[in-house]
Design a protein around this ligand. Sequence first.
Ligand SMILES: Cc1ncc(C[n+]2csc(CCOP(=O)(O)OP(=O)(O)O)c2C)c(N)n1
Length: 643
Amino acid sequence: MSLLSDINGPSDIRSMPVSRLYELAAELRKKIIETVSSNGGHLAPNLGVVELTLALHKVFESPADKIVWDVGHQCYVHKIITGRGDRFDSLRKYGGLSGFPRPDESDHDAFAAGHSSTSISAALGMAVARDLRGEKYSVAAVIGDGAMTGGMAFEAMNHAGHLQKDLIVVLNDNEMSIAKNVGGMARYLSRMRTDPMYSRGKEEAEQLLKKIPSIGPTVLKAVERLKDSLKYLVVPGMLFEELGFVYLGPIDGHNIQDMVKILSQAKSMGGPVLVHVITKKGKGYSHAEKNPGKFHGIGAFDIETGIPKNKSRHPSYTDVFGKTMVELAEKDRSVLAITAAMTGGTGLTEFAARFPERFFDVGIAEQHAVTMAAAMASKNLRPVVAVYSTFLQRAYDQIIHDVCMQKLPVTFAIDRGGLVGEDGPTHHGIFDLSYLGQIPNILIMSPRDENELRHMLKTAVEYGGPAAVRYPRSEGKGCQPDKEIKSLPLGRAEVIRDGMDIAFFAVGPMVDTALSAAIVLENQGISAAVVNARFVKPVDEDCILRYVSQTGRIITLEENVLSGGFGGRVTEVLNSSGIGGVKIITMGLPDSFIEHGDRNFLLAKYGLSVDEVIINALNLMNLRNFRSPRKLSRLSGGFSVER
Ligand SMILES: Cc1ncc(C[n+]2csc(CCOP(=O)(O)OP(=O)(O)O)c2C)c(N)n1
């Protein structure tokens, strides 16, 4: 009989003896491995926090007490034991459980997340609200050592130490971000784990704690005394103490008894307390333990061998970016690569190995990455900041204030532009064309295939000012790479096919959607031009105006929110041209956060499909008799969605 089937909520965890919780931990690991092996997801981070999550739920009474997960990618155990176990097989699927905490999914998800280093700020905000409203509950933030490298975490620690609110920060230290963690904080934590001086300090602290009969203010006083007596030499966590936290740890994050003890102490102490917990990323699944980076976030895989199930046929845009960076760096010694803790994810592994002195992993610190790149560029280097679209949002002011205002030659290689699929709203890269498009001095490009990505990268690096190349999370088309990487003519679109009745202006992968629609329309006797925009900023005004006068009908397509996007820019060109009577439809994503689900499904759902382009074209031409989706689907062979 499985223990898990009897868990209906966290009160069942609280009433279970600790010895049985270990059996439950084994069942949880099995369930998580099975589900992620078929749905994909964050495996290694979740396997590492099984015991920690059980201990947290034994000590804190969720949802009255608030557990705030940082990034939130490690919340699977929490989801299963807070009443969502029966739906866990729907994880990351359209309409199913999200892979991240979502208060609209459950009261037990105290705060939404997906981006790193927000948990301490969020927990502090809750603690302040609790006290102002005269309420009583505990607030605990759970943050990884990787997320601790993010500036926001330090800002929040600094402020929390100042406010002295009752607040617990659980530092889940597994020595890993996605890959090996970087920097002084990582070194500091590692010293606490291994340095005998620190261990001795810890033992002495434990002895002292044991001698104290009751917990509460007495403990605080004792810890204060201990801190004074051992001074800076042997008190572990002195950095946190200086910030105004009481430091407890380090403790074994796979030992539930110890954690329950320390977390209970932390809960009753008052003031800000940091509990330092040591865990093993990927714990309990040998492939993930051996290779926690690969199993950090993974698609479907075979449990036995650990090998991914879905082999891609062609190199991804990310792969092609990585190779091109190596090619560019071979020829130009001023080319540098910068990543914020995403070396593998952004395709820079080979670059890092080939050019270690020109490669910088800054930790989860996008803002710092961008300003540092600006300064490097000001000193005649050509930094390329490789970053996912969604995480670049963090560095908006740095792009404006440090890069664009000074017209510095920083290249932004923006991966995961557009819908990313199963990771959902926190990870879709659907705002970048808008948020970058508003900034003066920046060049924005988006390739229609991986070959064009190569040319755009060279164009960006040689441009001499701020430039962005935005590409999707997908495999490439397998096109034959051109022998030479060449610079593209600035601000010029590419006419892929001419047409007399209507013109499609499309960005990035949407060019192929437009092309498929044009072929279907041709069979119906409609002549549609297809233009690959290439440049989202500046748009090719001449080309737009040429097709306006040739066809009088324009459809724009982009995988970005419509608000402030490419279509808006084309409309502005038309408005300021003074040409009247032009029929235009702008196709893009709505003004809303898009849920998680299969990327192609979402594209179809939100109307970025061949069928929808055809319908819009026919509408513009007043030919409404083709409106039947079924008929269209037959014509286009496309992915049709009931609406
Ligand atoms: C602002 C931001 N940048 C990058 C990421 C991508 N990311 C997700 S998890 C992660 C590593 C987190 O490491 P850690 O906090 O130690 O958690 P662990 O996975 O080791 O448990 C990174 C870089 C992110 N979520 N948010």
